[in-house]
Design a protein around this ligand. Structure first.
Ligand code: SF4
Ligand code: F3S
Length: 77
C-alpha cells in the first residue's frame, strides 16, 4: 500500500484523490488517508501531491513511521 504522511496535514490538496484509479483515498479529518486493502500500488498519487506527502509503505521517511499505523488503523486494518 501507499501511505499519506504529515505534510498532508494543513494542506489537503486532494490532487491525489483525482488521479487515484480505484478511489481509495479518503478524507480522515486533518488529513487524507489511503485504504490499505484497496490501494493497488499504482503510484499515480505520489507525483500528484504538491507537498510530497505520499510514499510506498516501505519507503516512508524517518520520523513519519507513525503514519503507517495511522493509515492502517483508520480503516480498521
Ligand atoms: Fe491510489 Fe495508486 Fe495512490 Fe494507491 S498508489 S492510493 S491506488 S493512486
Ligand atoms: Fe494530502 Fe497531498 Fe493528497 S496534500 S490530500 S496527500 S494531494
Amino acid at each position: 500500500t501507499h501511505i499519506i504522511t504529515s505534510p498532508c496535514i494543513g494542506t489537503k490538496d486532494q490532487a491525489c484523490t483525482e488521479v487515484c484509479p480505484v478511489e481509495c483515498i479518503y478524507d480522515a479529518g486533518e488529513l487524507f488517508l489511503i485504504h490499505p486493502d484497496e490501494c493497488i500500488d499504482c503510484g499515480a498519487c505520489v507525483p500528484a501531491c504538491p507537498v510530497s506527502a505520499i510514499f510506498p509503505e516501505e519507503d516512508v521517511p524517518a520520523g513519519e513511521e507513525p503514519f503507517i499505523a495511522r493509515n492502517h488503523e483508520f480503516f480498521g486494518a
